[in-house]
Design a protein around this ligand. Structure first.
Ligand SMILES: Nc1ncnc2c1ncn2[C@@H]1O[C@H](COP(=O)(O)OP(=O)(O)O)[C@@H](O)[C@H]1O
Ligand SMILES: [Mg+2]
Length: 355
């Protein structure tokens, strides 16, 4: 692709000669872009990262970085910085020595390496921790050291494999912001792996959704959320109502929707649905307490209410299907099981997925 800094074409990889861990994976990233691989366990995210880094050889396909083929180039000659989930710090070296290591490997003089490593520790917020050993650092601090070590030699690419998986929720969110800040400051092209959709949404310029060794969708976070290409993506990213739909009038944008009956949908979406059959995605927040002019309306027989404070999730039945609706915390006050709540949804808040 034009302007691609990282380019991957048709990667195929099997570990056992039978099943494909990667089945024709293609993607690219522009310089400075933050791309996230999102998918369930076993979907091929790590394998793709390992092939990019050169720790695994693909059976077929190619990897190019800055226009150079990586075929036959050993990992240490690729100039790629990698951070793994388990940090993999040297336990008997201090934080500073850990960060200096890649520079010493590259024959940078010791004093210069120490200076650069100290700068990196400063960038990740650990200026005063250089003399500590990993066991004297918290998980979050160890992760920062690993990040500094991956960045210290000005890598061509930064690869992060579930780097925050071992951290608790608050620390994870704090580190997400830190990673984003550092990535922006250095403008380093980054591939981040996670199975956590909210982490992917928070960090990425682009999300590549993996399943079963294949790419399901490659798009911006909002496209992935609002216009998932498959039911798998719709379910994996965000909360969803998925209802079978059959277009009855493509010109006017009318669909017969499971449980909801004839409903207004966007004609431009209805017209591209193969055979007029598909699935209607209604995010829970698309179902709002009915406004008088909402084109599609229903009454939800509430079975359960989950209060989040700022919002509430209503789970109930309408027309024989179970629906989830997310409404404002105030609007939810006084609503409990057994309530009949009028809700509406607009065609442009829904999305049709081809069958
Ligand atoms: N070293 C390995 N040897 C054999 N099979 C592996 C190895 N690494 C991964 N696999 C298999 O390849 C598939 C993809 O794994 P992986 O890339 O680790 O997925 P993810 O990182 O998305 O969880 C899985 O079925 C996994 O069991
Ligand atoms: Mg993995």
């Amino acid at each position: 692709m034009d302007g691609a800094y990282l380019e991957i074409r048709d990667l195929v990889k099997s570990y056992d000669g039978k099943t494909r861990a990667l089945d024709r994976v293609s993607l690219s990233a522009r310089r400075g872009e933050f791309v996230t691989f999102l998918g369930p366990s076993g979907s091929g995210k790590t394998t793709t990262l390992m092939v990019i880094a050169g720790f695994e050889a693909p059976d077929a396909g190619l990897v190019r970085v800055a226009g150079q083929s990586m075929a036959g180039v050993p990992p240490h000659k690729r100039g790629i910085g990698v951070v793994f989930q388990n940090y993999a710090l040297f336990p008997h070296r201090t934080a500073l020595q850990n960060v200096m290591f890649p520079l010493l490997m590259r024959k940078v003089p010791r004093a210069q390496a120490a200076r650069k490593a100290a700068e990196m520790l400063d960038l990740v917020g650990l200026a005063d921790f250089g003399n500590r050993h990993p066991r004297q650092l918290s998980g979050g601090q160890q992760q920062r050291v690993a990040l500094a070590r991956a960045l210290v030699f000005d890598p061509t690419l930064l690869l992060l494999d579930e780097p925050l998986g071992a951290l608790d929720k608050n620390l994870r969110e704090q580190m997400q912001l830190e990673i984003k800040r550092i990535q922006r400051a250095l403008h380093v092209t980054t591939v981040f792996v996670t199975h956590d959709q909210s982490e992917a949404m928070a960090l990425s310029d682009r999300i590549v959704v993996f399943e079963g060794g294949r790419i399901q969708q490659d798009a911006t976070p909002l496209e992935i959320y609002n216009r998932p290409r498959t039911e798998f993506v719709a379910r994996f990213v965000g909360d969803s109502n998925l209802l079978r739909a059959r277009i009855t009038d493509p010109g006017a944008g009318i669909a017969e929707v499971e449980g909801l009956g004839p409903s207004r949908v966007l004609p431009q979406q209805a017209q591209v649905l193969p055979n007029g059959q598909g699935t209607l995605l209604l995010r829970p927040e698309a179902l709002a307490p009915a406004e008088a002019d909402a084109p599609n309306r229903l009454v939800l027989a509430v079975e359960e209410v989950v209060h989040f404070g700022d919002s509430a999730l209503l789970i109930g039945r309408a027309g024989g299907v179970t629906l989830r609706a997310r409404i404002g915390g105030r609007a939810a006050q006084g609503i409990g099981a057994g309530a009949q709540v009028p809700l509406g949804w607009r065609p442009d808040a829904a999305h049709l997925i081809g069958a």
